[in-house]
Design a protein around this ligand. Structure first.
Ligand SMILES: C[S@@+](CC[C@H](N)C(=O)[O-])C[C@H]1O[C@@H](n2cnc3c(N)ncnc32)[C@H](O)[C@@H]1O
Length: 616
């Protein structure tokens, strides 16, 4: 079900359902001490209300923290006076801009059920349907600084002492600097001494920050300042932070001295956790909360007078790292533009195929692709032009990351070193290669006429008796030889660096011809044109000799309505043969209406022993 959500201003109140009696507050005002609205300074001006938005996080929902509101989405380096929104980016100036990650920070108001840490998992499963359940956000959030060791909780206990006074209440009075008899507040030094006297050695040791109590308070962390926030951070990962919205006024009298600078709560109530509630409950009053939550509150406030169960208002801040690639790009690129969502990977390289309309944004797109796919992706490239050259190498432009196009690809357990600048590689053919290899046996001898860096030849060498691998590109052969060694298969592979036609003729006019059982011809654009090399290839040999004809696997493209028929015709014409029994396999659609096919057939004897046309 899609729930439509209207974000409302922060002004509505949320009642605390359980009065906290653990450390009764000395503060003047607050009826709802955990729910101060004054600290919620994010403005609704920057909210993106959209009644059509569905449930869940979105860059178009939430608010931009005030400190970031003036910042542009892009930072400029060379023209500080100009600050373009990417949607207005001039094409030539593209290189001068970098992404401003902070402009992707969004703050969401949510409600949370604060409860003892030990109970959080029980209630998480009990209230699962009422929790936030946002991707990559845990429903349970920590409250930093209020974690205490179990021994200390034990020490505090929950039992009544001295007749009518709760041990915790009594402790609280002492901690707030009052003498046993509720006299004047103690000076920090006396207060500390009092504490030292009061606790036994076990308890004393467990006050991690006791020895620092009389020191001046440390400055807030730089990062908090940069974000313009002084709230306690519950989660410290890079994706998100949950903060309880509290009353600033009351913070002077908190337990920070005892429990550390990070602890900013006005009361200390033992280790607690936040169960983040469904975003629809963000601004609901206690009456409007679902029965399941009300029941939990009721049970737990009744059971223990010192209950820490309460509903609190929180701010959930999502950072640049939280958002997925498509969400960032959607926000960055002009409306209506197709979002580049997929790319090919070759080892550490992401290979984009950007459309013309993306070119002004290519560096930004590449940066997002890099950021969102680190550490696996280290380099982002774009194909500049269609493949035209003989070696089938791509014209690539490095857009982001390190500039090296030498990478290592792992395919079917084999490792291949590849330099995309000088050799051909296509990871999309991995399945096809596997299909082809499945047809090979131990007794086969394979000729790979257009082998590249060896994805077929090397994988075949693991299965078959022997492989002869050839490529016209000297760089491909250099990498092939490296890869043979890398995969410890150099003894089974013989390499050649010559034109495919010459290679076919050389192989079949040598002694090797007897043993060759499989020929792979993977140069889809032109391979069919090389078939004539087989015509009369065995004509010098005695016809009566038992000769096993090799099976040829020929790749090709076809844009015809009946691609199989079309490709079959081309094969027949190239072999100058009336009938050839061919098995066809559609490999993949390489472009709309353009199929890559693999034709497999046994070289007809009539072709292999044919006399050249002029001889007859
Ligand atoms: C489509 S790639 C296939 C490479 C390898 N089979 C693969 O799957 O990665 C075609 C290869 O044929 C090589 N090539 C192109 N023309 C050639 C020719 N006339 N003779 C031999 N090899 C050639 C190119 O250098 C390229 O490596």
């Amino acid at each position: 079900m899609v729930i439509k959500l209207f974000l409302r201003p922060h002004s509505s109140t949320l009642s605390i359902l359980s009065p906290n009696i653990l450390f009764p507050k000395v503060s003047s005002s607050p009826k709802f001490p955990m729910l101060s609205l004054c600290s919620m300074t994010t403005t609704i001006l920057n909210q993106f209300p959209d009644p059509n938005l569905s449930y869940g996080p979105s860059l178009r929902k939430g608010t931009v923290p005030p400190i970031l509101q003036s910042q542009p989405t892009l930072k400029t380096f060379t023209k500080p006076s100009l600050q373009y929104h990417p949607k207005e980016l001039p094409e030539e100036d593209n290189d001068d801009y970098s992404l401003n990650e902070e402009s992707f920070v969004r703050v969401f108001d949510i409600a949370a059920l604060r409860l003892p840490a030990k109970d959080c998992f029980v209630f998480e499963s009990r209230l699962r349907g009422h929790l936030l359940n946002w991707p990559r956000i845990r429903n349970i959030a920590r409250v930093p600084g209020d974690d205490v060791v179990d021994d200390f909780v034990e020490l505090l206990g929950n039992k009544r002492v001295d007749g009518d006074e709760d041990a915790l209440v009594s402790l609280h009075r002492r901690i707030y600097g009052k003498a046993e008899g509720d006299g004047d507040p103690l000076s920090p030094v006396l207060y500390r001494e009092e504490l030292v006297k009061t606790f036994n050695s076990r308890g004393f040791v467990n006050f991690r920050n006791l020895e620092r109590m009389s020191r001046p308070k440390k400055k807030k962390k730089k990062r908090d300042e940069a974000r313009g926030e002084g709230k306690k951070r519950v989660s410290r990962d890079e994706l998100a932070v949950v903060e309880v919205v509290e009353d600033e006024e009351q913070e002077g009298e908190d337990m920070r001295g005892l429990l550390g600078d990070e602890f900013r709560g006005k009361k200390w109530r033992g280790s607690t956790r936040l169960l983040l509630l469904d975003e629809r409950y963000a601004n609901k009053s206690s009456d409007e909360l679902p029965e399941a939550i009300k029941a939990v509150m009721k049970e737990n406030t009744r059971e223990s007078i010192a209950s820490t169960f309460e509903v609190v208002r929180c701010k959930l801040t999502l950072f640049y790292d939280y958002w997925q690639m498509n969400e960032i790009l959607e926000d960055l690129l002009p409306e209506g533009m197709i979002i580049p969502s997929a790319f090919e990977t070759v080892g550490h390289i992401a290979h984009l195929n950007l459309r013309d309309e993306h070119i002004p944004y290519k560096k930004l797109i590449a940066k997002v692709v890099l950021d969102k796919n680190k550490p696996k992706i280290q380099t982002v490239v774009n194909k500049i032009d269609a493949i035209h050259n003989d070696y089938r190498t791509m014209q690539l432009e490095v857009l982001a990351g390190n500039r090296s196009l030498v990478t290592t690809v792992v395919e079917n357990g084999l490792r291949f070193h590849v330099d995309l600048a000088t050799v051909y590689w296509n990871s999309r053919l991995a399945t096809e290669r596997q299909r082809l290899l499945n047809g090979f046996t131990r007794s086969d001898v394979v000729c790979d006429v257009f082998c590249g860096v060896g994805p077929i030849a090397i994988a075949a060498a693991k299965i078959v008796k022997r492989v002869y691998a050839n490529d016209l590109n000297p760089c491909a052969i250099e990498y092939l030889e490296r890869n043979c060694v890398l995969n410890k298969l150099e003894r089974k592979i013989e390499t050649f660096n010559m034109d495919g036609r010459r290679f076919i003729i050389a192989m079949f006019s040598s002694e090797k011809a007897h043993s060759i059982t499989q020929v792979v011809m993977n140069l889809p654009k032109d391979a069919a044109e090389y078939l004539d090399a087989f015509r009369g290839i065995l004509r010098e040999r005695p016809r009566d000799k038992e000769f096993t004809m090799p099976r040829i696997h020929l790749y090709g493209f076809s844009k015809a309505r009946d691609p199989e028929f079309d490709f079959h015709e081309r094969i027949r014409i190239a072999l100058s043969e009336v009938a050839v029994d061919v098995g066809m396999h559609r490999v993949r659609l390489v472009a709309p209406g353009k199929w890559m096919l693999c034709a497999s057939f046994i070289l007809p004897k009539s072709v292999a022993f044919a006399r050249p046309v002029l001889d007859t």
